[in-house]
Design a protein around this ligand. Structure first.
Ligand SMILES: *Cc1c(COP(=O)(O)O)cnc(C)c1O
Length: 406
């Protein structure tokens, strides 16, 4: 029976401790999560600037709904492209200093659109091994040769680019790596792209809004020139606090994406209300130096506090601060201990991260207070000698809230 395989598959996930569980939150996205009537200080979200629940955006959404209604009714290329969408695209292009921008419903779909629109069979994609899952799926969809290079190994990459006979080449990378928090060496990657006549597609999901002057993102952080071969993807559900994504670049590339990007063409345009909220969010991002400065202070404070602890801190300058525990069980136990202190930090285990590098992925937001960060540090200090769950007092074990996906 076709069900048997499903049941076996689900049972295997359970045995391997890989079943994903969702938590239903009874409060808006923010540092204070409410689950089953209990409050937790959460270090889980990608709402880096604390905009997801911002009063200005809420008001804009209410006004936009009154003016534009709720649904867009069709795809962008039919009749779903409303004024708020058009204005958002202009603002986005201007904000990141590129000729044109195309707005997508999600970052996942933007990535699925970009890569197959630029390369196909007989072409080659060179992708960092720690890239986000959506970039891996995009490469599969393109059906080009998929060469995954060791994380940030530029020599390895240059060697493979030099030896490739592919007609078209495309380098694909996260700007900020989502499980490690480190930055890709974008200037060097652009140099390689120029030298080997390749496209360079940069996924700035975690840099947009946070890094660079005015929060313009990782490209601005490195002051990269606006090369026509450089294509920027930024997501709008993280620091921008809403949802969606954009692709920005040379006007010919964007026109091609609009003509040939299947995940752009064959989907209903997202609500005009979302687009209006995003235009307002861009203004908050530009005016967000105080938020970014506070976030930076929190990063420095957390890292200084973690340095005294026995676990490995990764060289991350961003809001993603992984604490590498190593052993799966130990990482889980520590996360459970934090939960008992009403602190929610996701434990990330293989296969999301390499074996032996199970970690707590602490993600900071400008909405956190220094007291909340100090509370986390204090609880981690107490958890130092925690070898396994058996150390937890009987009856006090919290239901597991670990989540393996980012
Ligand atoms: C979150 C994320 C995406 C997907 O963006 P969504 O808008 O959530 O679909 C793509 N790439 C990276 C690196 C991400 O972290």
């Amino acid at each position: 029976m076709i069900w048997d395989e499903l049941e076996t598959g689900l049972a295997r996930l359970a045995v391997e401790n890989l079943t994903r569980r969702r938590r239903t939150l009874d409060a808006p996205c923010g540092p204070e999560a409410v689950i089953d009537g209990q409050r937790f200080t959460a270090f889980c979200s990608n709402d880096y600037l604390g905009l997801a629940n911002h009063p200005t955006l809420i008001a804009v959404v209410q006004q936009a709904a009154a003016r534009w209604g709720v649904g867009s009714g069709a795809s962008h290329v039919v009749s779903g492209h409303l004024r708020p969408h058009a204005e958002l695209e202009e603002r986005l292009a201007h904000f990141v200093g590129r000729e044109r921008a195309l707005y997508f419903t999600t970052g996942y779909m933007a990535n699925l659109a970009i890569v197959p629109a630029l390369v196909e069979r007989h072409d080659a994609i060179f992708a960092d091994r720690l890239n986000h899952a959506s970039l891996i799926d995009a490469a599969l969809l393109a059906r080009a040769e998929h060469i995954r290079y060791p994380h940030i190994d530029l020599d390895w990459l240059a060697d493979r680019l030099a030896r490739s006979r592919a007609r078209r080449k495309l380098i694909l990378t996260d700007a900020v790596f989502s499980m490690d928090g480190d930055l890709a060496p974008l200037p060097e990657l652009l140099e390689l792209a120029e030298r080997f006549d390749a496209w360079l597609v940069i996924d700035d999901a975690h840099g947009f809004g946070v890094l660079g002057p005015g929060g313009r993102g990782s490209l601005a952080h490195f002051a990269l020139p606006a090369s026509p071969r450089l294509i920027l993807m930024g997501t709008l559900g993280k620091a921008a606090g809403v949802s969606g994504a954009f692709v920005a670049g040379d006007h010919r590339v964007i026109e091609w994406l609009m003509q040939r990007g299947r995940p752009y063409i064959f989907t209903t345009a997202s609500s005009p209300v979302i687009a209006a909220a995003l235009s307002a969010s861009l203004k908050l991002i530009v005016a967000g130096d105080d938020r970014r400065a506070h976030l930076q202070d929190l990063i420095v404070r957390l890292r200084a506090g973690l340095r005294g602890l026995p676990w490995r801190l990764l060289p991350s300058p961003t809001a993603i601060q992984p604490l590498v525990i190593g052993d799966n069980q130990a990482a889980m136990a520590l996360a459970e201990r934090l939960l008992m202190n009403h602190l929610w930090v996701p434990a990330i285990r293989p296969p999301t991260v390499p074996t032996g590098t199970a970690r707590l992925r602490i993600s900071l937001s400008a909405a956190h207070t220094t007291d909340q960060v100090d509370a986390l540090l204090a609880a981690l200090r107490e958890g130092i000698n925690l070898a396994d769950q058996s150390l937890l007092p009987q009856g006090e074990r919290m239901p597991s809230m670990q989540e393996d996906e980012h």
